[in-house]
Design a protein around this ligand. Structure first.
Ligand code: Q9C
Ligand code: ZN
Length: 340
């Protein structure tokens, strides 16, 4: 199988994030990449290639120009009046129903951000773009006949919406790939198996009938991203019925997870997409530091097999997964299942 990875992504390292008002270490550390790459080379899973430079066009297809410009320039604007160059965090947020985009930088920080887990530093823009280009290149390779591609993306993407950042995510890699696959309105399905709901991806495709979004995740009533991911969110207008959320309870067993996955895949098959993009997070893992599911490495392999059975050309895009020691093992277990 073909694997896309950019060394530029290694420079992405949060100095700290804020949790309950305190600076703490992020779970999204660069060592995650080493765990994945060494497992891939040990199992000789396939050739690792660097992404093509696609510029900003494919990013503009899913994110607002204002957010792109904000993200590209935020650190520079911030460090002009901060000599100690801390990362950028917002001080103000836009409340419900008050989505006016201010021209001031202090206002934009909150307008484009949903939480304190997406600090912006001197490397954020370049690494987020490199990550997006990995996913985009994967999409292009599918189009040119590759059957299975894995994009090793970091930072992850599925919490980034059309005009917001959040949950370690800056640019929505999977959405950028899905949009690039949907030329001439070809149907694309995005299946999200990360532990968390992909609120960004849902928001991007919520009114677009050509792109189906389905996700299994921890009930947002109990965990991040809290404000979306509920079962009654089904898409809007022409896209009514193309959004499927399956919230699962803390303690969900492997059997419960696989059986919920199989029913979601039935709906995916009914949509009959030409292409499949998987938002592949492995924070469902039983030992993950932020998971409350009971999925083992064997279960993750089984998830890959179930997706293989759909028989679609598939791009897997890396999202979460924070138990570093077994992350590579889990990625490989999934990809070997996906290959059938
Ligand atoms: N104490 C992804 O997996 N915060 N993002 C968790 C746990 C939310 C994770 C805090 C983390 C978002 C792509
Ligand atoms: Zn996650």
């Amino acid at each position: 199988m073909l694997i896309i990875f950019s060394d530029l992504q290694r420079a992405h390292r949060h100095k700290y994030i804020l949790r309950r008002g305190k600076p703490v270490q992020s779970y999204d550390v660069p060592e995650r990449i080493d765990s994945i790459l060494s497992a891939i080379s040990e199992r000789q899973l396939g050739q690792v290639i660097a992404p093509d430079d696609a510029g900003l066009e494919p990013i503009r297809a899913v994110h607002h120009e204002g957010m792109i410009q904000y993200l590209a320039t935020a650190y520079k604007q911030h460090s002009m009046d901060n000599e100690n160059s801390t990362p950028v965090f917002p001080d103000y947020f836009s409340p419900p129903g008050q989505r006016r985009r201010p021209s001031s930088f202090d206002g934009q920080k909150g307008y484009y951000c949903m939480d304190m887990e997406v600090p912006i530093d001197e490397n954020t823009w370049d690494t987020a773009v490199a990550s997006a280009h990995c996913a985009w290149t994967g999409a292009m390779r599918l189009r040119s006949g590759e059957r299975y591609v894995y994009a090793l993306c970091r930072p992850p993407g599925h919490h980034a919406g059309p005009d917001f950042l959040g949950g370690y995510c800056y640019l929505n890699n999977a959405a950028i790939a899905a949009q690039a696959l949907s030329v001439e309105n070809e149907r694309v399905a995005v299946l999200d198996i990360d532990y968390h709901h992909g609120n960004g991806t849902q928001a991007i495709f919520y009114s677009g009938p050509a792109i189906w979004y389905g996700s299994l995740h921890i009930d947002p009533d109990t965990a991040y991203p809290y404000f979306a991911g509920y079962a009654d969110e089904r898409g809007t207008g022409e896209a009514q019925g193309t959004n499927w959320n399956v919230p699962l309870q803390p303690g969900t067993s492997q059997e419960q997870y696989i059986s919920a996955l199989k029913s979601l895949l039935d709906h995916l098959s009914d949509f009959d997409p030409r292409w499949l993009v998987v938002s592949a997070g492995f924070d469902t893992y039983i030992h993950d530091p932020i998971s409350a599911f009971q999925v083992t490495t064997t279960g993750i392999h089984e998830i890959g097999r179930c997706i293989h059975a759909l028989g679609k050309p598939t791009l897997a895009v890396q999202e979460g997964g924070y138990f570093i020691q077994d992350l590579g093992l889990n990625v490989v277990a999934f990809l070997e299942g996906l290959l059938g």
